[in-house]
Design a protein around this ligand. Sequence first.
Ligand SMILES: Nc1ncnc2c1ncn2[C@@H]1O[C@H](COP(=O)(O)OP(=O)(O)OP(=O)(O)O)[C@@H](O)[C@H]1O
Ligand code: SF4
Ligand SMILES: [Mg+2]
Length: 329
Amino acid sequence: MTQPLLKVTDLKTQFRTKWGLVKAVDGVSFHVKHGETFGIVGESGSGKSVTSLSIMRLIPQPAGRIVSGAIELDGLNLLELSEKEMRDYRGGKIGMILQDPLSSLNPLFTIGSQIIEGLRIHTSLKGRSLKERAIDLLRRVHIPSPAMRMKDWPHLLSGGMRQRVVGAISISCEPELLIADEPTTALDATIQLQYLNLLKRIQKETRLSIIFVTHDLGAVAYLCHRAAVMYAGRIVETATVKDLFDKPAHPYTIGLLNSMQKVEKKADHIESIKGQPPNLKNLPIGCSFAPRCDQVKDICKEKYPEETELGADHLVRCWVVKKEAVKIK
Ligand SMILES: Nc1ncnc2c1ncn2[C@@H]1O[C@H](COP(=O)(O)OP(=O)(O)OP(=O)(O)O)[C@@H](O)[C@H]1O
Ligand code: SF4
Ligand SMILES: [Mg+2]
């Protein structure tokens, strides 16, 4: 098997708060292959953004800390790099579209100067070539009249256009890995779709690897090759998108899919998964999903489930694994 581009092993990231220790990411392992789009999906607060920020080593300090684990990019453990070395990786080998992409543009600078600034820091381009490259990037994300748009201030662009500019900046230095944290701001459906299409196009044209973070399984189906389902700071299932939809094995994944199907079918009664996600400061000893699971057994409350391999690229952490395909109601 060829070496994956990114390999995250047993990552643990915690926050010290005045209410106690928050285990935001608690032993997460996954890999991202060259040229694939890998989804991380889960409810709000499940640790998706903290996982992404850990890879970028952008966890707010001193409250937050990566406690243990390894994050290897092309075999190099990012957790062992100095802050200066890591700065070269950010915006260089790793690009990121933050959860709130619209606010990541500086209102005081034109969009052209913001793209050029990144190129100046991370590439050897100079003078005219910088400008030409910036225009080319805007063209690649389908900004009309890109040379003219270079002189625009961010507030003159529509929400969808600003998102494309952020997309252009994130790929400007030809990263090997792009981390895209889906915006949760109330974007209208058209802009959401434009955003997904932008990522799809970027991936197709550049063949880079993408980590796509979302709470929306539909977006995962549209964009990703494989995905991990996160629950309470841990990954409970990882599979190809086909297996995740055809043969979901974890009761939480099955619950998410059932809810999604009902939304799509516009059912009268949309049943969300009963109960609330657990408090990350006080996780149950066994399976974190046990209080909400309709298949819970005694062992589930005593021991956190071991990982079961259901097939190539299909891993699940559940004591009651379904080996046969599960029909989504
Ligand atoms: N700076 C922080 N200080 C304290 N706790 C934090 C901090 N950032 C995140 N957390 C906690 O870590 C947990 C995981 O948060 P995270 O932002 O990763 O969730 P998420 O899955 O990205 O959710 P969403 O879908 O809402 O973006 C949450 O319980 C959150 O409260
Ligand atoms: S381990 Fe037990 S409680 Fe947890 S998801 Fe599986 S069946 Fe449900
Ligand atoms: Mg988030």
